[in-house]
Ligand binder design. Sequence first.
Ligand code: SF4
Length: 482
Amino acid sequence: MDLLDRDHPKEECGVLGLFNPSGDVARLAFFGLFALQHRGQESAGIAVSDGQEVRMEKGMGLVSQVFNEEVLGRLPGAMAIGHTRYSTTGASVLRNAQPIYCQSTVGEIAVAHNGNLINASALRESLEAEGEIFESTADSEVIARLLVRNLHLGPENAVASVMKELRGAYCVTVLTPRMILGFRDPFGIRPLTAGRVNDGYMIASESCAFGPIGGIPERELEPGEMVMIDADGMRYAQGAPPKRPAMCMFEFIYFARPDSKMYGNLLYDVRERMGAILSEEHPIEADLVIPVPDSGIPAALGYSQASQIPFREGMMKSRYIHRTFIQPDQRMREIGVRMKLTPLVEHIAGKRIVLVDDSIVRATTTKQIVRMLFEAGAAEVHVRITAPPITHPCFYGIDMASRSELAAAIMTIDGIRQHIGATTLGYLSIDGAVRAAGGGTHRFCLACFNGEYPLPVPEELSKDAFERPPDVGQIATVHVGS
Ligand code: SF4
């Protein structure tokens, strides 16, 4: 549980695949996963192969909490996949941590998945009817079990065959004893980039994972595309026919790290452009533009540059309160956002403030921040948001809240303004977001803003569709291999 978590949509997961022919791939995977930590902080795992056997270590917590020298020492080999998890389907418990390991008489695999399947229940029911026994409640195990059932076709054909059955958002990395595979759903909803590292190859959810381990990203996988990595090199194939591209707009607005590139654009620059367009769409006379740290910084800079209103930091973020197992007591809860953000009273008092943030989900945190700024002496607080109003839930791997909890689904914009106590409130338009991210609306999923889901979603898709009572005496890590 993130202490005093801000009211944001929650990141989904990060996936990684690495082939380092000179060995010691686990250490590279560890540092690569560090760069994907923002995509999931509930659990982390690495599976490796030494060419003969797949071994795996995973556990609850941050990458740095799950792995140390001793654990990495149990992961010899040149091929690895890795995962950081935030739960979108299935509870945050160890049995749902990834990679997921499956074995059959034909072979063994480990699977790491980012996204959300919308037909997972139906697939799981039919697999269970055929005798499969599931160990987790995560939809990702459906992918793993389907793959292992098709392994007799060979890994590439198994992936292509399974892609025909999957509906929803998925970027997956797969490890067999002699191959790494990566594949992306036919709409390309979640990101996946391939490239080189040392004398080997790499795939990762985001290009920001390449730099820290000396990798060079080469290209994003196309919708429906798969990539195979083994001792013969890296090659691509079309695993499933592509549909219209529908990459998640929220990756551009908030989820992905600003030093990642998507559709070839650096996300820091995309967010600056979002801020600049926001200032054109919602101009205001003010003294200062301040960001909600850290995610609002690039957009606030863009707003400041375009509006000529000076940029200045107006609050400091406590960097080390991020994650703790100590629960706040009632008094601390009442202090609320102040535990994480401290106002710079000297910068704020008497000023007309433009407050730039990336999104409003339930509006609880924005309300607390606005109140904090007024208590620090702000004369006016003009809230500017780079995500268009969120009116619909996400079924493709982002945990947003149900529709009845979404501020923009149940209130008018002026109702939200009054609710958060802001002087004015302005959201970036959908067109503005698309223009900043580059390209036309036909390249993006915008469903949480306009309700137009690129692939139909079932009436009721519950996060805990497969949930069972928690394990008794749950252990903290899982270990597979000799
Ligand atoms: S519905 Fe929203 S959050 Fe979900 S994939 Fe589409 S753009 Fe992203």
